[in-house]
Design a protein around this ligand. Structure first.
Ligand SMILES: Cc1cc(C(=O)N2CCN(C)CC2)sc1-c1cc(O)c2nc[nH]c(=O)c2c1
Ligand SMILES: [Mg+2]
Length: 214
């Protein structure tokens, strides 16, 4: 039977990356997407911006909305301090199955909790199910029409504290205009736009970093 793109991406990781080496996993995926098939990983250009935000935030508790194949999961997890935890939500079970193997190959599985399901269903359960108090960093990379809804949901569930950082992918392409409108005009956030490009292309894109002011 025909393989899927995530399965072909995983095969490239197994073939080209060194087990236990997160950077080699990231490199193998970027080479696959540059040379073989485009895929919606955050990519290396935006990935370096993600890395810098993770490093400066030095988060103890991270939420990623949208795992896909685990590329950004591996980037983030490889930069976390000891005992820090990353919870990543993915609604597509086939993508989640590939991501689990990418995360395991990279050797970062003990820092990652991959949850299969809808963000709208799981965000309200974070405290009771995973003992989360608040998130220090949230990476929004799931679906543009959920960015604003889920941000308001996290506020309502008390999952953000003064200083919590939201980093949103694709605010230009495919675009999240309602999210940008809200977050840039809200007195509860201080926002900053990082201009970049859509992964593996010359198309314009960027990340929006927003600090919750409480
Ligand atoms: C699926 C897709 C197609 C895009 C595009 O403009 N394309 C033209 C250029 N060709 C080459 C690629 C395709 S951009 C994009 C995309 C990119 C992300 O980073 C995403 N992140 C999270 N969730 C998403 O749904 C998501 C979609
Ligand atoms: Mg994205």
């Amino acid at each position: 039977t025909q393989s899927t793109r995530p399965q072909r991406l995983l095969a490239a990781v197994h073939k080209k990356a060194t087990r236990g080496n997160p950077r080699s996993v990231v490199k193998a995926i970027d080479e696959f997407c540059n040379q073989n098939e485009w895929a919606m990983n955050v990519g290396n250009e935006k990935g370096e911006i993600l890395d810098s935000v993770v490093s400066e935030t030095n988060p103890g508790c991270v939420l990623e909305l949208g795992t896909y194949c685990g590329y950004s999961t591996v980037r983030i997890a490889s930069l976390l301090p000891p005992h820090a935890q990353l919870i990543t939500l993915e609604f597509n079970p086939d993508n989640a199955a590939v991501a689990r193997q990418v995360i395991a190959w990279a050797g970062v599985a003990e820092k990652v909790r991959l949850v299969e399901g809808e963000s709208g269903e799981w965000i309200p359960k974070m405290k009771e199910q995973f003992g989360v108090k608040t998130f220090d960093l949230v990476f929004l990379d799931h679906w543009k029409n959920r960015y604003l809804l889920d941000t308001k949901l996290m506020e309502e569930c008390g999952l953000l504290k003064k200083g919590s950082v939201l980093l949103a992918d694709n605010v230009v392409c495919p675009g999240a205009p309602d999210y940008l409108e809200y977050i840039r005009n809200s007195p509860q956030y201080k926002s900053q736009f990082f201009k970049s490009h859509l992964e593996y292309t010359k198309a314009e894109d960027g990340l929006e970093k927003s600090v919750f002011l409480g």
